[in-house]
Ligand binder design. Structure first.
Ligand SMILES: [Zn+2]
Length: 334
């Protein structure tokens, strides 16, 4: 398969074209837009302000952190605790398919860092229906599908939503998510924002295809109620990695010191979730490109990982994802 000579986007990626040097249109337009990327310094200052304001109130918790037990969110919690000295409530959404080892990691890490932990495990029949339907065509618009599998989109959305709900209930001013910089579109409004800006009906429309197949109940898990969106002050959602720095080597070497080990029961793209493998396999079957092509390519463009490292993530000759996916598919029957 032909891939861009700079990043790893394949010729099967939607709307891609290549110049005479084999460089893809996404790389070329990234180069052009680069000068418009918002000043990170300004956003860092904004984050400091929000943190200082929270600290001045001596709250029980300054922040709810979405904690998957994966390497990125582990490093995020470590940094917020040790560097920023925040009072943290770690929140884990147990989708029923977390690696057993990721729970060991969470226990070790949070014990070492002395952080409170809430785990929510929604009813499994409903979760299975959501995940099965999310992996079929027509659930999410193509621009979302371009950067992730339908299964991951639903799961990540539920995580963010539950974090917000807890922050609203407990009056916690911040929710922090551990998306890698490759998962973000590099716009200011994605790094620090308030999630009540999007009109309610517009958001409801986004989840309508899923609700039509699974039932109205999905809205509770995927979005807040009208009343919850009206909460004032409304918590900030912060994607902290572009602000605190993202370096995979540093992440691995740091989290090793607080008891984190790499699980061996997940595919190479995930350090915590088995369902991810099914997401990958279904996505490749439907769209003929890897759901991590976009994120890995962005990480290459940002100079965070090498092209070779990205290739290893999207081209797994051992097809480990396939092996895990078959196992998971059996468990997903409902
Ligand atoms: Zn490219």
């Amino acid at each position: 398969m032909k891939r861009c000579t700079v990043c790893v986007l394949p010729e099967t990626f939607p709307k891609i074209t290549f110049d005479e040097k084999g460089v893809c249109s996404y790389c070329n337009s990234f180069k052009e837009k680069n000068k418009f990327i918002p000043s990170l310094e300004k956003l860092k200052a904004r984050l400091s302000e929000i943190i200082d304001e929270s600290k001045s109130k001596n709250l029980k918790y300054d922040v709810v952190v979405a904690y998957s037990g994966g390497k990125d969110s582990t490093f995020l919690i470590y940094t917020l605790k040790e560097k920023f000295k925040l009072n943290i409530l770690a929140f884990t959404f147990d989708n029923g398919f977390m690696s057993t080892y990721s729970f060991k990691n969470m226990n070790n890490v949070l014990k070492n860092l002395d952080v409170d932990h809430v785990i929510v495990k929604p009813k499994q029949q409903l979760m299975k229906k959501i995940f099965i339907e999310s992996s079929t065509p027509g659930i999410y618009p193509q621009h979302l599908i371009n950067s992730g599998s339908g299964i991951c989109i639903s799961c990540i959305r539920m995580v963010a939503n539950m974090c917000l709900r807890i922050a609203i209930e407990k009056e916690i001013p911040m929710v922090m998510l551990g998306n890698s910089p490759g998962q973000l579109l590099q716009s200011e409004s994605e790094i620090i924002y308030k999630d009540n800006k999007i009109p309610y009906e517009l958001r409801k429309n986004l989840f309508k295809p899923l609700a039509e197949r699974v039932g109205e109940e999905v809205y509770y898990y995927l979005m807040l109620s009208k009343e919850e969106y009206k909460k004032n002050p409304f918590p900030y959602t912060i994607n902290a990695f572009p602000l605190i720095g993202y370096n995979e080597e540093k992440i691995y070497s740091t989290i090793k010191t607080i008891g984190w080990k790499r699980p061996d029961d997940v595919d190479p793209n995930s350090t915590n979730c088995k369902l991810n493998s099914l997401g990958i396999v279904k996505h490749k079957e439907l769209y003929n490109f890897h759901p991590y092509d976009y994120e890995m390519s962005m990480l290459v463009r940002l100079g965070i990982i090498s092209r070779e490292a990205a290739l290893r993530r999207v081209e797994d000759p051992e097809e480990r994802a396939l092996k895990f996916a078959r196992e998971i598919e059996k468990n997903l029957m409902y």
